[in-house]
Design a protein around this ligand. Structure first.
Ligand code: ADP
Ligand code: ZN
Ligand code: ZN
Length: 752
């Protein structure tokens, strides 16, 4: 057995061949400095190429003979890039999402670390105590007037920024070096952090008298913080003051010397939530999100890691914030899809947060007015403690909702995007100088087929899922069971010829609106108008400040906004998402309508909602218009149970992309057969299977790539999940050398 101290290192290279711990000797000079989680440089392979890696363990002995073990070359940072407390989380992610260890590591380390973002430092010049300054100045004057000038300035105010001194005197850098050499001044480097939060919202600071429901919620949550692992679902209607509950819960954690992570769907879309935390906790708040520059992100990471910031507010990736004394994770608008990562490892931030709280004895608090059916089911079955807030603050009523039947508009000869009712309401808003939000749901862009005359939507007989039109063979297909149907020329229900695929864009909607209201000031918010940095904030801010009358946008305008002057919300086409070939389409429609409705009626002037629909009697639209979450849930959960959708099943999606369609189809069919054979050979796999099939993805082609997928539905028991995870590992191995791209998702939230 060898002597000395040894480190187990994960090499920073994403390849299955190196996905294990490699052992290195720690040279004596590094033994005092090295810590678990640190980034190191090591010689690797036969050629001893220098590579980066992360220390996962430190041992006092090893089985490897001394002559075979190489020394660590150097330590790359003076702090651990991975907090030691997070190593178990990395191990869990590797298991749960079948990713490489290094892929999980890369979620956790500071952004910008690998691209060598520099710390930003300021150089500050101080006078040393040299007795008679006057004399020194005089004697140095003979050699350089620059140096004398610098000393004169410092004599009046000691401790000046080097850059400012240079600007003021015009002195070159060498003057400062010389002064330092003569012992007259010293130059100190001070690390400064870039402040990423530049958008100030004036949201008022006056203390609020909490409502009874808020108090009750706060009490219950505060009691558990710092004591044990606990999960809460705070289900409060829109405008019920959930943010106030979050702030009090966070306050309690800070009092116990714990740190807090607050997650919002997307920072740019929820500036007000961030601002409230900033207002309350000031400099203790760090911001983490992907639109910051790498330098800004790195600095915020360091502020958290060095415990200068105790509250981290951020989007999805904030779940990996390097807090070492985690007390609480808050997830606002917990129903949002943006918490699911679309890159490998395809984690869901709620699942990661849950695991992290469990590993670190912290409290998880999910907040939303419209929990996913699966989350609410978990609350009913005891996995979450559910806290309800059923009333808005000040007992303001939820806004009345009118559902307009667009089929009748067509009958009346109105082919515009606005019903008579919504047109009149918008005119009214203009006259009274109030504001309106108009939502156009882009998620309906997939090719579902519906009848413009009666609203009928073609669905699969076996699955209760709308059919998708596929251009490649001109057939309608079900994506769950694979059944095909031919395209009807007449509506099967009303025999009209107005049966076709559906969809209208925001840009066209804006043009139409401008024609109808030439005097209105309209601002559009969608992917096209928000690509630049800060674009979201600018649009939202100018709308809030009254520069526009109408805000027209995609679902990005439905989130957490609180605008008192908005008295009307219009939903232009509520149906679009309803007909996506996805078991969650009803849930998402219900959530979207409820959320966007919640943006009005918040001020003194009240407010109302108008929903335009071709299926006005659909239960998702009906329950949303009555603000009836429980009614919706009861209906939806029965459908999920009957057709075996989550939470009653677990879906695994294998998506394959390739440029040659024939080759892709062959690959998919071969893989499907292979998987079927394996299932037939194993009792456990067979028992766990509900069904599987291979189909073209609803969006058949993106950027020259054809897309096909295999969907496997299995029973939810852990043993089946594990068995299928192993099967897919084998499957992935098989895929290693193919041209096509394979994406395996163990918790897909979209099947498009
Ligand atoms: P939610 O997130 O539940 O939709 P918010 O947290 O955005 O609701 O709160 C809605 C509005 O009510 C905000 O303007 C907030 O400042 C205000 N508010 C919150 N709690 C109270 C209270 N107890 N009294 C008065 N106003 C409150
Ligand atoms: Zn019809
Ligand atoms: Zn089907």
């Amino acid at each position: 057995m060898a002597n000395g101290v040894y480190a187990g290192v994960i090499i920073d290279q994403a390849h299955p061949m190196v996905d294990r711990i490699f052992h290195y000797r720690i040279p004596e000079t590094l033994q005092q400095k090295i810590k678990i989680g640190m980034r190191v440089q090591v010689p690797f392979g036969i050629a001893n190429k220098l590579m980066e890696g992360y220390v996962f363990q430190i041992d006092s002995n090893t089985d490897i003979p001394d002559e075979k073990i190489k020394p660590i070359n150097k330590i790359l940072d003076n702090y651990p890039a991975i907090p030691e407390s997070m190593l178990p989380l990395i191990t869990w992610m590797k298991e749960e999402y079948r990713c490489l260890t290094i892929e999980a590591v890369r979620c956790v380390i500071p952004p910008g670390l690998r691209s060598n973002v520099r710390k930003k430092t300021l150089r500050i010049v101080y006078l040393n105590d040299v007795g008679n300054l006057e004399e020194s100045i005089n004697s140095i004057e003979k050699r350089s007037s620059y140096m004398a000038d610098i000393l004169r300035l410092l004599a009046d105010n000691d401790g000046l920024l080097l850059d400012e001194l240079r600007a003021a005197t015009g002195a070159p850098l060498s003057s400062f070096k010389n002064l330092e050499k003569h012992g007259l001044v010293r130059i100190e480097h001070q690390e400064v952090y870039r402040d990423p939060w530049k958008y100030e919202y004036d949201i008022g600071k006056q203390p609020k008298t909490l409502t009874k429901e808020q108090l009750k919620a706060i009490n219950e949550i505060q009691q558990t913080i710092g004591k044990r692992y606990e999960r809460f679902l705070l289900q409060g209607v829109t405008g019920s003051g959930k943010t106030e509950v979050y702030i009090h819960a966070a306050q309690k954690a800070l009092e116990l010397n714990k740190q807090v992570i607050v997650m919002v769907p997307e920072i740019a879309l929820t500036p007000q939530t961030v601002e409230r935390f900033k207002n309350h906790f000031g400099q203790q708040v760090a911001i983490m999100h992907s639109r910051l520059s790498l330098g800004e992100r790195f600095d915020e990471w360091r502020r958290i890691q060095s415990r200068q910031a105790s509250i981290v507010v951020g989007a999805r990736s904030a779940v990996f914030a390097p807090v070492e004394r985690l007390g609480l994770i808050i997830i606002d608008e917990a129903h949002e899809d943006s918490y699911k990562s679309d890159m490998k490892p395809r984690y869901h931030a709620i699942d990661v947060a849950k695991k992290r709280c469990e590993l670190e004895d912290a409290v998880l608090l999910l907040g939303t007015a419209t929990p996913s059916v699966s989350d609410h089911y978990k609350a009913r079955t005891g996995e979450y403690k559910c806290i309800y807030i059923k009333h808005r603050v000040d007992n303001k009523p939820l806004p009345p909702v009118e559902v307009v039947d667009m089929r009748k508009e067509i009958e009346k000869g109105n082919r515009s995007i606005l019903s008579g009712s919504l047109y009149r309401a918008l005119s009214d808003v203009l006259n009274k100088q109030e504001q309106a939000i108009l939502l156009l749901n882009r998620r309906g862009y997939a090719n579902f087929v519906s009848c413009r005359s009666c609203g009928f939507v073609l669905k699969c007989r076996n699955c209760d899922i709308s059919l998708t039109y596929h251009a490649y063979d001109r057939m309608l297909k079900c994506h769950y069971c694979g059944h095909s149907y031919s395209y009807p020329s007449l509506c099967p229900k009303c025999k009209s010829r107005y049966i076709k695929h559906f969809g209208i864009g925001t840009q066209r909607a804006e043009e139409d609106l401008k024609k109808l209201f030439p005097d209105a000031r309209i601002v559009r918010m969608d992917m096209d108008t928000t690509s630049g940095k800060g674009a979201h904030e600018r649009i939202l801010r100018s709308f809030r400040e009254g520069e526009y009358d109408f805000l027209l946008g995609t679902q990005m305008i439905a989130k957490g906004l609180d605008f008192p002057r908005v008295t009307l919300v219009g939903v232009l086409a509520a149906d679009t998402a309803l007909n996506l070939p996805d078991y969650r389409s009803c849930e998402k429609t219900f959530q979207l309508i409820t959320q966007v409705s919640g943006r009005t009626g918040r001020g003194e002037r009240g407010g109302k909602v108008i929903i335009q629909s071709y299926q006005p009697h659909h239960y998702a639209i009906q329950f949303a218009s009555e603000h009836d979450y429980f009614g919706f849930y009861d209906k939806e959960i029965r459908i999920r149970r009957r057709f075996n959708y989550p939470p009653f099943s677990h879906i695994i999606r294998i998506l394959v992309l390739g440029e040659t369609e024939d080759q892709l189809i062959k690959l998919i069919k071969d893989s499907e057969n292979w998987i079927r054979q394996r299932i037939d050979q194993s009792q456990v796999l067979k028992q766990g299977l509900i069904d599987m099939g291979a189909y073209p993805a609803p969006i058949e082609k993106i950027k020259r790539n054809y897309r096909w997928q295999i969907l496997i539905r299995i029973k939810t028991d852990a043993i089946f999940k594990q068995a299928y995870h192993h099967l897919l590992d084998e499957c992935l191995e098989m895929f290693t050398d193919i041209q096509e791209t394979v994406i395996i998702d163990f918790c897909p939230i979209s099947l498009l």
